[in-house]
Design a protein around this ligand. Structure first.
Ligand SMILES: [Zn+2]
Ligand SMILES: [Zn+2]
Length: 423
């Protein structure tokens, strides 16, 4: 019996549960669909009624702090016969950090890290949990932005749990997504982004440092001490500094709701407190801490239906402003939505995008046709020039298209070209 365990346990580069699930299926040499149906689903539905047809819930996020995450942890611990898998998720931070908008639905990755893992062969290629944390946007080792679109087919919407899931590979075209270099034509990476990436790395290493049975501090305790030590107990001042609303900060401090991760990241950036200081020891070295003066914008929670509408509108508008190569379907795939939802959210723009895409496809086809006609004429003329008979074999070779006589239109084009030179 083989046995694999998650990579990087106890470190900030711990493997995400989805990645471990994909690798487990691969180690068992079964497709992810079979792995799910035969091994995971029986565990997931042990206590619940099993649906008629089980299929992978592709939009399910198992790496966060939800019940789904806890159920998958239990199921995979059983399937893989490995110990505690909670550290491959954000479950150890329940109660300390707000659960909303914590983990991205889609996979994101540093292509250079992937390529290095593949090249060095020391650890298996895997996808670290830190890549899936919403607030992490860059790879601090390579100073590049994390990407979410396949380098080959350019498709986003890379949800991890699909029937053909493979670590480091595109769910749409199967291409390997590691790259040795990336072009640097994007916006420069800011100091706060670097702080977030490093602080989240530190955050994920915390469970490995805690003594058996100890947990991270509850949000309320962490917020109160930050406020008292650095803001003289003034919630409103803390709210101003972190770009929040006083009512929000008071809600966190009184334990009405746990503070979101971005609040702790901003607080850490401003005060110089580390994640360990904030969530474990609560002892702050005020004199030694390096403070940043940063004006943060107020971040208000956007209800999901608004953000989805906004994403659809922006996606459609970008397609309309582009070269026409993007279809409504491609936009839907990138947003993890059904094409029908994109149409429903903005029928006017969707139909404009469709018309533009149809024109683009037609133009591409026309261009291909005229290129083919020109190539045929040149090939026939070449034969005539050399005094050869343009046989089907010669034509196939000259055109580099062994299937050209199978297509009615191409066959007719070749005949017409031969007729024009009297053959
Ligand atoms: Zn990297
Ligand atoms: Zn692809």
């Amino acid at each position: 019996m083989f046995r694999i365990s998650p990579v990087g346990m106890g470190s900030g580069r711990v493997e995400q549960l989805s990645s471990f699930a994909m690798r487990l299926a691969e180690a068992m040499a079964v497709s992810f669909a079979d792995f799910f149906r035969e091994l995971v689903a029986p565990q997931l539905y042990k206590k619940k009624r099993r649906p008629q047809r089980v299929s992978v819930v592709s939009k399910g996020v198992i790496d966060g702090m939800t019940r789904t995450a806890a159920e998958w942890v239990a199921a995979l611990e059983d399937v893989a016969s490995v110990g505690d898998l909670t550290t491959c998720t954000l479950l150890p931070y329940a109660g300390a950090i707000g659960p909303r908008r914590l983990v991205t639905t889609n996979r994101r990755w540093c292509p250079i890290c992937l390529q290095e893992m593949a090249n060095n062969g020391i650890t298996p290629v895997y996808e670290p949990l830190v890549w899936r944390i919403e607030e992490v946007t860059i790879c601090p080792f390579h100073n590049v932005r994390l990407v979410s679109e396949c380098p080959k087919c350019k498709c986003g919407g890379q949800v991890p749990l699909v029937f053909n899931a493979r670590v480091g590979c595109c769910r749409h075209c199967g291409a390997w997504m590691g790259q040795s270099t990336l072009s640097h034509d994007e916006q420069p990476i800011g100091e706060f982004e670097v702080h977030c990436a490093l602080a989240c790395d530190e955050l994920l290493a915390i469970p490995g440092t805690l003594p058996e049975g100890r947990q991270v501090l509850p949000s309320k305790v962490a917020v109160e001490s930050l406020r008292d030590v650095f803001f003289e107990g003034n919630g409103a001042a803390m709210a101003r500094a972190t770009g929040g609303l006083a009512s929000q900060v008071n809600g966190y401090a009184t334990g009405q709701f746990p503070a979101p991760l971005h609040f702790f990241l901003r607080a850490g950036y401003i005060t110089g407190a580390t994640m360990q200081d904030i969530l474990v020891t609560n002892s702050f070295d005020v004199a030694a801490s390096r403070r940043h003066d940063e004006q943060f914008d107020v971040r208000r929670a956007v209800p999901k239906r608004f953000s989805e509408q906004l994403a659809v509108d922006m996606g459609l508008q970008a397609a309309l402003d582009g070269d026409g190569s993007t279809s409504v379907r491609a936009i839907a795939i990138n947003l993890n939505l059904a094409p029908a939802s994109v149409w429903r959210r903005n029928p006017t723009l969707a139909s404009a995008v469709s018309r533009r895409h149809a024109a683009f496809v037609a133009a591409v086809a026309a261009k291909r046709r005229s290129e083919f006609e020109a190539a045929v004429h040149a090939a026939v003329a070449g034969c005539v020039h050399r005094g050869e008979q343009p046989t089907p074999e010669r034509m196939k070779q000259a055109l580099g298209d062994p299937a050209c006589f199978l297509n009615d239109w191409k066959r007719a084009t070749i005949r017409n070209a031969m007729a024009t030179v009297g053959l």
